[in-house]
Design a protein around this ligand. Structure first.
Ligand SMILES: Nc1ncnc2c1ncn2[C@@H]1O[C@H](COP(=O)(O)OP(=O)(O)OP(=O)(O)O)[C@@H](O)[C@H]1O
Ligand SMILES: [Mg+2]
Length: 238
């Protein structure tokens, strides 16, 4: 399988603070890869950089064979790169249905195809169907997370970047969201998953990278990392 994403020696700074200190990793087409690590490790910064929201201070990002920097930010969704940000990123003043329609804005296929996908999201998350005409900003945290993921999927992404999808959610909702993440992966969407819940992330993904202080300190098969003593001590609370 070819790499959908290749990152080499990436450096990202906020002013004088270097948050990412030269990381290299890759994701193969169709893979589910987890990025775990303590608070402040640089996970969100990495995802924001991949989504074009932050400019690298150095290094190289190749997405689907192209330099990421050669793709205009507004073209990224059309190129299949979608981020579900930490804190969700939905339009609070729009209804659930309007948010899903917005998610499909870059698509050029028929209205019917888009409607069919909205129906599919409603099937996956019946709660969203019940709340179709509710303003997104008035929904609960879990409902907003379901909507954020559904909205991203409406753009038919090739590479979906998920930042802390389980944050602040009840265990039952987390299960539901992870079920959906696994289904999405079966449909051929490649996933980069950032999670505080390292155990769940390692159980869900095939491979993982561990970040600490802006660097990748460990990488490997997710199941192996799950049983790694150092990982267990530092990230799994065991
Ligand atoms: N806008 C910013 N300005 C200055 N420093 C920032 C900014 N955003 C993040 N940082 C710093 O960069 C480092 C990495 O932050 P980042 O948000 O990427 O961490 P994270 O791994 O996502 O952590 P968490 O698990 O808490 O979400 C932190 O030290 C943080 O304080
Ligand atoms: Mg973060």
């Amino acid at each position: 399988m070819s790499n959908i994403l290749e990152v080499k020696d990436l450096k990202v700074s906020y002013g004088a603070i270097q948050a990412i200190k030269g990381i290299s990793f890759h994701i193969k087409q169709g893979e589910m890869v987890a990025l775990i690590g303590a608070n402040g490790a640089g996970k969100t910064t990495t995802l924001k950089t991949l989504a074009g929201m932050l400019k690298p201070a150095g290094g190289d990002i190749v997405y689907m064979g192209k330099q990421l920097s050669s793709i205009k930010n507004y073209d990224l969704i059309r190129e299949g790169l979608a981020l579900v940000p930490e804190g969700r990123g939905i339009f609070g003043r729009l209804t659930v249905t309007e948010n899903l329609e917005m998610g499909a804005y870059s698509r050029t296929d028929s209205k019917e195809a888009i409607q069919a996908d909205i129906d599919r999201m409603f099937e996956i998350f019946p709660r969203l169907k019940e709340r179709a005409s509710q303003l997104a900003g008035t929904m609960s945290g879990g409902e907003q997370q379901m909507l954020a993921i559904s909205r991203a999927l409406m753009g038919k992404p090739k590479l979906l970047l998920l930042d802390e999808p389980s944050m602040g959610l009840a265990p039952i909702i987390v299960q539901k969201i992870f079920e959906t993440i696994r289904e999405v992966a079966k449909d051929g969407v490649t996933l980069l998953l950032v999670e505080q819940n390292a155990k769940l992330a390692l159980q869900t993904c095939q491979r993982a990278y561990v970040m600490d202080g802006g660097k990748i300190t460990l990488e490997g098969d997710a199941k192996e990392l799950l049983h790694d003593e150092a990982v267990q001590k530092a990230y799994l609370g065991e």
